[in-house]
Design a binder for this molecule. Structure first.
Ligand code: FES
Length: 106
């Protein structure tokens, strides 16, 4: 199990024990974290699963692939730490990862 913390826009922290290989979006949906809509179900085709990677983790998580980067153009208030949560899979090296939900999705 790997620890993932999702901080909702209102500051509520969701500390989750998640399986490696699952995406941040899947874990947010399973745990009813507000603010992650994920309309396309994880196909990298909607940009409504936008999150910010915590500053301390940006380097370890890495940046988006080209397809995700194109889709991020449709997200609201995109920042250098923006990712689509359906495209980030949990793994041992991300144990303790913290991400933040934006004010709203596009
Ligand atoms: Fe649609 Fe992530 S769920 S892009």
């Amino acid at each position: 199990m790997t620890l993932l913390t999702i901080v909702a826009f209102d500051g509520t922290r969701y500390d989750l024990n998640v399986d490696n290989g699952t995406t941040i979006m899947e874990n947010a949906s399973r745990n009813s974290v507000p603010g992650i809509e994920a309309e396309c179900g994880g196909a990298c085709a909607c940009a409504t699963c936008h999150i910010y990677i915590d500053d301390d983790w940006v380097e370890r998580v890495g940046g988006p692939e080209a397809m995700e980067e194109d889709m991020l153009d449709f997200a609201y208030d995109v920042r250098p730490s923006s990712r689509l949560s359906c495209q980030v899979k949990m793994k041992d090296s991300l144990n303790g990862l913290v991400v933040h939900v934006p004010e709203r999705q596009a």
